[in-house]
Design a protein around this ligand. Structure first.
Ligand SMILES: Cc1cc2nc3c(=O)[nH]c(=O)nc-3n(C[C@H](O)[C@H](O)[C@H](O)COP(=O)(O)OP(=O)(O)OC[C@H]3O[C@@H](n4cnc5c(N)ncnc54)[C@H](O)[C@@H]3O)c2cc1C
Length: 370
């Protein structure tokens, strides 16, 4: 078997990339699982990018218009008239993208695990048999614990966290996400409540499983009304290089993930577009440069994450006082961008009053963000 491009991993990013490439190249995608989906992932994707990337409408489970933020003792809400994000079903998203890629000519090898390279060929385990597949170019889209990244000898400097999420029965406002920032309950990350509809939601956090149990109690969600439990890792940081010889990494395998929220689907897909561009130009080494926007967002997110980790709950309460003010909410409602957190922070810090108040709370936070 020989292809122009072999993509390892049929997650959302691998399938999206297969779509981009399948018309002009012979493409194969290998996936170790026997079916699509199943990864621990809330499935929130910014609405603007969802449309721009032309992702399948069929995968949308709910439209989200706003968010309510809770600290230990305060809360405030922001909202807009049009949906800001969609909650998607990962299985449908991946299947629909794979179907599109197949229709354009991509071959899929399911239940097939990439093991490494031998003599310039990919060694694959397929239903107990070993196959060797030759391609001109190989792409690791095989997630955060990427085998491709290990095999090509990338270096990783990152913080890895375990995510825990349940789908639970309760009573929810289906238009709004809840974001809970309370270090006494979930010390490593915020906790989220993302409604699927009025009676079910995906509820999770990163860090320790006990933190999720504590949060479920705080939120008065019953542990005996859980419909599904999932756990999975996320990595915030850098894994480099993103391209080495005729092998590139994309999506979680390259840690193209927002350290502020752990969202990785959009950044992975935006980088997939940049990889396509570099490949079409015959200059794969340009891929890193073309991803400068995503890299800037990741750098900002890492700074923000370091600062968040260092703040105690009292400082968070004071930040909430500022962000919950009428002026800050107006800025967030009119200028915040679901995927461009750098722009959102800049818009807030442009307001002299807000800047002055935030400097009082944490001078180091503002210095780092500026
Ligand atoms: C709890 C949690 C909640 C999250 N919520 C969100 C969210 O709301 N929104 C968002 O944007 N992101 C979210 N993320 C992050 C998101 O899940 C990832 O960024 C996204 O899945 C990345 O897609 P990917 O295609 O790069 O990798 P993956 O989705 O991990 O896909 C990789 C694929 O490669 C396959 N594979 C792995 N190794 C091999 C191998 N050796 N051979 C063959 N196949 C292989 C895997 O089976 C898998 O199908 C969340 C993550 C966690 C843990």
């Amino acid at each position: 078997m020989r292809y122009n491009i072999l993509i390892i991993g049929a997650g959302p990013v691998g399938n999206y990339l297969a779509n981009l490439l399948a018309r002009d190249y012979s493409v194969a995608v290998v996936e170790k699982k026997s079916s699509f989906g199943g990864k621990a992932c809330t499935g929130i994707i910014g609405a603007e990018n969802y449309e721009r990337l032309n992702l399948p409408k069929k995968a949308i489970l709910n439209e989200l218009y706003g968010a309510t933020f809770y600290s230990r003792i305060q809360s405030f809400s922001i909202g807009r008239k049009s949906p800001q994000a969609y909650l998607v079903d990962r299985k449908t998203l991946e299947r629909e993208l794979a179907k599109r890629a197949m229709k354009k000519g991509a071959d899929y090898l399911m239940s097939t695990t990439f093991r490494g390279f031998r003599n310039g060929k990919a060694v694959l385990q397929h239903m107990g048999e070993t196959l060797e597949v030759k391609a001109d170019f190989y792409i690791g889209a095989d997630g955060v614990n990427s085998t491709v990244a290990k095999v090509i000898g990338t270096k990783t400097r990152a913080e890895f966290l375990s995510g825990y999420e349940v789908e639970v029965l309760g009573s929810f406002d289906r238009r709004n996400v809840e974001v809970w920032v309370n270090k006494e309950i979930t010390p490593d990350f915020f906790a989220w409540v993302t409604p699927i509809d009025g009676e079910t939601a995906r509820v999770g956090t990163f860090g320790k499983m006990e933190a999720l149990s504590r949060f479920l109690r705080l939120r008065r969600l019953e542990p005996t009304k859980i419909l599904e439990f999932k756990a999975g890792p996320v990595g915030f940081g850098w894994r480099k290089p993103w391209v080495k010889g005729n092998v590139a990494l994309v999506g979680d395998s390259a840690l193209q993930i927002k350290p502020t929220t752990a969202g990785g689907i959009v950044y992975g897909m935006l980088c997939a577009e940049n990889l396509k561009k570099a490949l079409y130009e015959g200059k794969p080494e340009k891929y890193w440069d073309y991803c400068s926007w995503v890299r800037r967002q990741i750098s900002f997110g890492l700074k923000f994450r370091r600062l968040f980790t260092g703040l105690d709950q009292d400082a968070i309460e004071r930040i909430f006082e500022v962000l919950g003010s009428e002026e800050a909410r107006e800025v967030i409602e009119t200028q915040a961008d679901f995927d461009d957190h750098l722009r959102t922070a800049k818009a807030l810090l442009k307001r002299p009053k807000l800047l002055a108040k935030l400097i009082k709370v944490s001078p180091s936070l503002i210095k780092a963000l500026l």
